[in-house]
Design a protein around this ligand. Structure first.
Ligand code: SAM
Length: 206
């Protein structure tokens, strides 16, 4: 999957979100549910949204009081976010997870990182690399919240998307993130039988 692959979908949609297969035009239901259970957000806590698409998850985090940065590899998606939310406090940025501009100073710098459906959108050959790239943003004692579909078999799925196996999911723990909570959801009428929401904490060793 290249930058062009994603950007082309947004370009071809020509502003019609029905043409973007993953665009729900509302915040992720499992993020909303998590936020409803966690009202204790510190003032100026910093949140990062990975592969933010059309911006709904970033916006709900901003509404809840986070200082939000949201990035996507697609410049068309980021322009679309800015058009949809002209008065937003979110810092929308075009950036490639695998080729970050060091001047952003994002590494280890976010109290809350939200990742939904970006890891699963990329093939298995870059799975560990993608998960490492996601994990690197979490500050000491910060939270990573991941929402993803999973698969039961070790074989490479014929994606996209490419659901994660449970073994792959566990790679976040090898990266120093402790699993705090895991919820599993079965969705009727979905082509993917299971979705996970996992909350991790980056517990610094010192
Ligand atoms: C399946 S969509 C999910 C969008 C959003 N997270 C959601 O759940 O609605 C995956 C998103 O990741 C973005 N993406 C893919 N590769 C990326 C990369 N290397 N760096 C940043 N964003 C990327 C795509 O442009 C796309 O918007």
């Amino acid at each position: 999957m290249t930058q062009n692959w994603f950007d082309n979908i947004y370009i071809k949609a020509k502003g019609d979100s029905n043409q973007v297969p993953w665009a729900n035009m509302t915040a992720n239901a499992y993020l909303k549910d998590w936020l409803n259970q966690h009202s204790e957000i510190e003032k100026n806590a910093k949140a990062l949204v990975i592969g933010c698409g059309l911006g709904d998850d970033a916006e709900i985090l901003a509404e809840k009081g986070f200082n939000v940065t949201a990035f996507d590899i697609s410049s068309t998606a980021i322009d679309w976010c800015k058009q949809r939310f002209p008065n937003s406090s979110v810092n929308y940025v075009v950036a490639d997870l695998f080729d970050l501009d060091s001047s952003h100073n994002w590494i280890g710098n976010f109290d809350f990182v939200f990742e939904a459906r970006t890891i699963q959108s990329l093939p298995l050959k870059v799975r560990e690399q993608t998960m490492e790239a996601v994990a690197q943003f979490v500050a000491p004692e910060g939270t990573l919240l991941v929402v993803t579909v999973t698969r039961d078999t070790p074989e490479e799925p014929s994606g996209p998307p490419y659901p994660l196996s449970l073994e792959e999911v566990d790679y976040f723990q090898q990266l120093g993130l402790s699993e705090i909570n895991r919820n599993s959801y079965s969705e009727k009428n979905s082509r993917f039988p299971k979705r996970l929401r996992i909350e991790y904490r980056f517990q610094s060793k010192s």
